[in-house]
Design a protein. Structure first.
Length: 397
């Protein structure tokens, strides 16, 4: 494969794309950062210049929390404290005898046990409140699995242990609360709560000083406002209408105060772009920026391997088809660029969040990028648009 080289002779396509989207009032602001070989090739922010939060704004990460939890799971695997083939019921006995909604929504017995790998790859049979055309999603909505933040993670996982699965484990890929269940498994194994576990193993080690499941009063002025059309637990609706910059209060589902004790495995973290870039470096190399090893090379390579069979593709999240992507043990993984609707490269991987945050790591070309805003239910796919613009800045060497 011919490596990609940054083309400094053309106008920066990333900046132009961000400017166009903010000017069209599709987003209040867009912040981005892209590097190759650890050199910044494009970075900036549109819409934050006059904001009180312009200096290191804080974002609600939503599902960009998931790769952090998966990374810690890989550390425990590295240390021999869990295995991919471990049955979840070894740690959570309520998951031993789940039922599955079969034809005509009639419950049938679970044919095989959910494993740790099923949780990491969203093939466990679990679902999400907001997924349309899912047989168990109405039950999730009734119990407000995503909408309520006033229950501890252990209670939410206990509720999930009483509910039927949407399909037999391993039979489908469906984006889900699996990382919440995984997070509680990690708590059981380590006898630490998730916030303490992530702080000790990731945030402190990587000097991610602004990343946590809450925001102290002294930093609240840096938290960007949320815009959008729906809160997290509401069903995704297919629409070709442009975004509308409506302010959205998400405190009930994503509180800022540590006193509320809120945290989840699948969402809940607050962070800055600068902090998350530190984590992306660890995802890419398995080490800190000064070379402290956090994952062995073998486990790092395992984490970056596709774990989804072709029979389960294309992956689909709501109405969004992830063309060309498989799934690794930490997020999406490009395995067929010809099937992708935007410019990318073989082996590129990363993930995104419900408030339209997005990152990617391209190990082959040593390109990393992150895009941040705060908009729930966006009909404009900011991440892929900026991803495409980023690769438009490169040429074959």
């Amino acid at each position: 494969m011919t490596p990609l080289v940054y083309n400094a002779d053309i106008d920066d396509k990333l900046e132009a794309q961000a400017q166009a989207l903010v000017a069209a009032k599709q987003f209040h602001s867009v912040q981005w950062h892209m590097t190759q070989h650890n050199e910044v090739k494009s970075a900036g922010a549109i819409g934050l210049e006059s904001s009180h939060a312009a200096h290191q704004p804080l974002y609600r990460l939503y599902s960009m929390t998931k790769p952090v939890v998966s990374f810690v799971a890989m550390q425990l695997l590295d240390e021999g404290k869990l295995k991919l083939e471990d049955k979840v019921s070894q740690y959570l006995p309520d998951f031993a005898h789940l039922q599955v909604l079969g034809e005509n929504n009639k419950p049938v017995a679970m044919q095989k046990q959910i494993t740790i790998e099923h949780l990491l790859t969203h093939t466990a049979g679990l679902s999400y409140d907001f997924l349309p055309e899912c047989s168990v999603a109405p039950q999730y909505r009734k119990l407000q699995i995503s909408a309520r933040a006033d229950r501890p993670l252990s209670e939410v996982v206990a509720l999930l242990g009483t509910m039927p699965l949407a399909y037999q484990p391993g039979q489908q890929w469906r984006y889900s609360v699996a990382t919440d269940v995984l997070a509680h498994v990690l708590e059981v194994i380590t006898q630490q709560d998730l916030p303490g576990l992530l702080k000790a193993r990731v945030f402190d080690v990587l000097n991610m000083q602004d990343t946590a499941f809450s925001v102290p009063d002294s930093k609240l002025n840096r938290l960007l406002p949320m815009y959008g059309a729906r809160d997290l637990g509401d069903v995704i609706v297919e629409s070709d209408q442009p975004n509308t910059l409506n302010l959205l209060n998400v405190d009930a589902s994503y509180p800022t105060q540590a006193s509320q004790g809120f945290y989840r495995g699948g969402h809940g973290l607050y962070s800055t772009m600068q902090d998350y870039i530190q984590f992306m470096g660890a995802l890419k190399t398995g080490a800190t920026s000064i070379g402290q090893q956090l994952l062995s090379e073998q486990t790092l390579n395992l984490m970056w391997s596709n774990r989804i069979s072709s029979s389960l593709m294309p992956l689909k999240l709501g109405f969004n088809v992830l063309g060309g992507y498989g799934w690794s043990l930490m997020g999406r993984l490009m395995i067929d660029p010809a099937q992708c609707e935007f410019k990318t490269a073989m082996g590129e991987g990363g993930w995104s969040g419900a408030a339209t945050t997005y990152f990617w790591i391209d190990k082959a070309n040593d390109i990393s990028g992150i895009v941040m805003t705060q908009y729930l239910g966006s009909t404009v796919y900011l991440g892929p648009l900026m991803h495409h613009a980023a690769y438009s800045n490169f040429k074959q060497s």
